[in-house]
Ligand binder design. Structure first.
Ligand SMILES: Cc1cc2nc3c(=O)[nH]c(=O)nc-3n(C[C@H](O)[C@H](O)[C@H](O)COP(=O)(O)O)c2cc1C
Length: 216
């Protein structure tokens, strides 16, 4: 079967589930992790602004602390890689400028030619009507990367548990995110399931396709 065979996607979607029990002895190999990391970096975002940062926790002591701020969920400490999704709080002109400088560098275009694009973004998200909700906008962008990572994991046979069950303010305090102008929104545990995890075999509860998808 080729990678583009729809059956492969269906079987990855059927195979994945929100993993409750990870095998603490299994680690994601580095080449697989690099591909998952790429799924975060390559995730699309509004205007391409990437108003987020992904903090990958490897330190067991830090993970213990994060667990206490995450409803004591065992996934935090038992998984192989634990990713905290943070937004760049109150994104302003400075970040827009950094993004434009990067665009000019990557595409070899003069910065001046991007001034119209800058005004457009500033007039929308920094000085415009959406400035008041820029952190909600940023969180939506982070969630796109969150979904991209989970699908990538499923395709690569890596188990994942999306985690919103946490106290973001506590997570921020433990990781010192506020000082970096960041704020956590969600997290994802990644690794390999234990055979004893009963959730793996429970039938998936989804509304019928007609309830969720409408054709016009
Ligand atoms: C945004 C989001 C947050 C979630 N937070 C948690 C969580 O904190 N702990 C947990 O065990 N599962 C969490 N889940 C898993 C959901 O309960 C699960 O995805 C849903 O019940 C569907 O089951 P399935 O993913 O196994 O198909 C979360 C899922 C999403 C998408």
């Amino acid at each position: 079967m080729s990678i583009t065979d729809p059956k492969n996607l269906q079987s990855a979607l059927d195979w994945r589930y929100a993993t409750k029990k990870f095998d603490p002895s299994r680690r994601i190999p580095s080449d697989v992790w690099k591909a998952l990391e790429a799924s975060l970096v390559m995730a699309p975002s509004s205007y391409g602004l990437q108003p987020f940062k992904f903090i990958v926790l490897t330190d067991p002591k830090l993970r213990e602390q994060i667990k206490t701020a995450s409803w004591n969920q065992a996934q935090v400490t038992d998984c192989s890689h634990y990713v905290v999704f943070a937004i760049r709080k109150d994104m302003g002109e400075d970040w827009v400028d950094q993004f434009l400088a990067r665009t000019a560098e990557v595409r070899g275009t003069p910065l001046e030619s991007l001034s119209g694009y800058k005004q457009y973004m500033m007039g929308d998200l920094v000085n415009g009507p959406r400035a008041a909700v820029v952190n909600d906008w940023a969180a939506r962008q982070a969630y796109i990367a969150f979904g991209t990572l989970m699908l990538a994991a499923a395709v690569l046979g890596v188990d994942a548990c999306p985690i919103e069950g946490m106290i973001p303010a506590k997570v921020d305090e433990i990781l010192g995110l506020g000082d970096q102008g960041l704020a956590s929104v969600c997290a994802c545990a990644l690794g390999y399931r234990l055979e004893s995890d009963k959730y793996a075999t429970l039938p998936k509860v989804r509304f019928p396709v007609e309830t969720l998808v409408e054709y016009r």
